[in-house]
Design a protein around this ligand. Structure first.
Ligand SMILES: Nc1ncnc2c1ncn2[C@@H]1O[C@H](COP(=O)(O)OP(=O)(O)OP(=O)(O)O)[C@@H](O)[C@H]1O
Ligand SMILES: [Mg+2]
Length: 515
């Protein structure tokens, strides 16, 4: 009986195949396409559903996954992974978490405002390999949304926006944040060229571990959080959604740590821009275009990156004497800096345009942060409000700063030695980096008391050093002044000058002597 059924089925299939082969031979492609078109039309009159398809790769961009597809994948992974029976797993965040998404040919439902929506995942396998396509022989996956025809408007206008926004938000929450650095302009060419290289960003600094005046810290925190929520506000006032921060202060006061804390707070990527590797203003613009939203573009030590102080420097060089007196090591560092800067043709105006020219409006939700040890060296145009909207001074360690560090490094909120430390911090200037180094236990035996005593000793040494330096400075200054007065006296009694005075008339004599 069974055998008979199988034979019948086999014959039926053979007949169907034969009819299909004959149909394909007799009717050309165009005819078959027309038939399909009319059949589809006919079906659409009676079919009560609407279908929308989202492909993984668009025809015009085979290298980049469609953003809509990625957002839908993320959305369905959290909203429907419980319901789908077959799931695909991908690992993110350095094996820390697993993202589940629907496997191929699965169907799930989603309920939105009382409307039922069906999602299916599928893939299209190309029949022939495309000649000039890198991806031509690969399958193109897609998601298909199905809803009732009467819900079409609400699905296309409201539901889809909800899916895409939610998917984007999930992607941001689960992504690995990155720290980018720009490649040298000369290496941008060829296949697989990239202007930025990246690693996973894993800096542990946060606003809790950052030691600074609590009022100032709160102010910065509020500023950042308000910025991140102000998309509509920026649109309303006609500004592109970006904000500039200038962090200035002596080395070791926490400027770089603050940038990391900012990125961790807002969950942004960091683009660390090395200006000396950028050939010219055009390349600078290219780099800007290739940065993503939700990011911080950082230029560290901006005063060293670009010759923004060219005129002042030139003046100094003209003085000649000053340069000759310089310490040879200092001179060498300066020469090397100059050489580096000469490799780049980026100009001040190029940089100004980078920050707030027309191109800077591409992308959104971006912070631009400059750091410097010498704020007074920067061109005022570069740091005016609107470019660098918020100026934050990172200064030497005060008692409030110390308390945060003591809590971080020693888990201590008060101690009898705090009074001495408070007094000493008011009398000397020590950076948070130096204070942190004293507070860090170097062995198991070093307890709170030992570490605080170490800090007191270090503060006393620094105070003594500062006192000796002040005396030495005063001595050098007095010597210089004495030498200057001596020079002036010599000039007035210079015999050559006297000759000049003698040959000139009385009027001229007065001028020369009083000059
Ligand atoms: N305000 C601070 N809060 C917490 N830690 C700090 C602070 N300032 C400095 N440190 C500690 O000192 C080290 C150096 O700090 P950081 O690199 O942030 O200084 P910087 O101001 O960027 O210095 P530079 O101007 O030389 O780049 C950090 O690793 C951090 O541990
Ligand atoms: Mg730094």
């Amino acid at each position: 009986m069974m055998m008979g059924d199988m034979t019948q089925l086999g014959s039926l299939m053979a007949v169907v195949m034969f009819i299909w082969a004959t149909f394909r031979q007799l009717f050309p492609d165009e005819f078959r396409r027309d038939v399909r078109k009319y059949v589809n039309k006919l079906v659409s009159y009676v079919y009560p559903y609407v279908e929308i398809t989202f492909h993984e790769y668009q025809v015009d961009s085979w290298f980049e996954r469609s953003k809509a597809f990625v957002s839908i994948e993320r959305y369905l992974s959290t909203n429907s992974s419980n319901k789908a029976k077959r799931l695909k797993a991908s690992v993110v965040k350095d094996c820390e978490s697993v993202v589940l998404s629907m496997d191929e040919y699965e169907e799930v439902t989603d309920d939105f405002n009382g409307i039922r929506i069906w999602w299916t995942s599928s893939k299209k396998i190309p029949q022939q390999r495309a000649l000039f396509s890198y991806r031509g022989d690969e399958e193109n996956r897609f998601y298909r949304l199905t809803c009732r025809r009467e819900h079409r408007d609400i699905v296309t206008n409201v539901y889809l926006k909800h899916v895409l926004d939610e998917g984007k938000a999930i992607a941001v929450r689960t992504r690995q944040r990155k720290l980018y650095t720009n490649n040298k302009s000369e290496n941008w060419h060829g296949y697989k060229r990239t202007v930025w290289s990246h690693i996973v960003f894993e800096h542990p600094s946060t606003f809790d571990t950052l030691a600074m005046d609590p009022k100032k810290k709160k102010d910065v925190l509020n500023d950042l959080i308000t910025f991140s929520k102000s998309k509509d506000y920026y649109k309303k006032v006609g500004k592109s959604w970006k904000r500039g921060y200038l962090l200035y202060g002596p080395p070791g006061t926490g400027k770089s740590s603050m940038i990391a804390a900012m990125a961790n707070l807002l969950e942004y990527d960091i683009y660390d821009l090395e200006l000396t590797s950028v050939k010219d203003n055009t390349d600078l613009r290219k780099l800007l275009i290739e940065t993503s939203s939700k990011s911080i573009i950082v230029i560290e030590d901006i005063d060293c990156s670009l010759d923004l102080t060219g005129q002042r420097k030139q003046k100094k060089k003209d003085e000649g004497k000053e340069l000759d007196k310089k310490d040879p090591v200092e001179k060498k560092v300066e020469e090397e800096d100059d050489k580096k800067k000469k490799g780049s043709e980026v100009t001040l105006s190029g940089l100004l345009n980078f920050i707030d020219g027309l191109w800077s409006a591409c992308g959104s939700e971006r912070l631009i942060v400059f750091t410097t040890n010498y704020v007074e060296k920067l061109d005022p145009a570069l740091i005016r409000r609107g470019r660098m909207d918020k100026h934050i001074e990172m200064s030497y360690c005060c008692f409030e700063t110390f308390k945060v560090l003591a809590n971080n490094y020693l888990d201590v909120e008060s101690h009898e030695l705090f009074g001495t430390i408070d007094r000493l911090l008011g009398e000397t200037m020590m950076t948070p980096a130096d204070v942190a180094e004293c507070l860090m236990p170097k062995s198991d035996e070093e307890n709170v008391e030992i570490c605080l005593t170490k800090l007191i000793k270090s503060l006393e040494d620094a105070k003594e050093e500062a006192r000796l330096k002040a005396i030495e400075d005063a001595r050098v200054k007095a010597e210089k002044e004495a030498a200057k007065t001596k020079d002036e006296n010599v000039q007035v009694s210079d015999p050559k000058l006297d000759d000049k005075v003698q040959v000139g008339d009385a009027k001229e004599e007065n001028v020369t002597l009083t000059a």
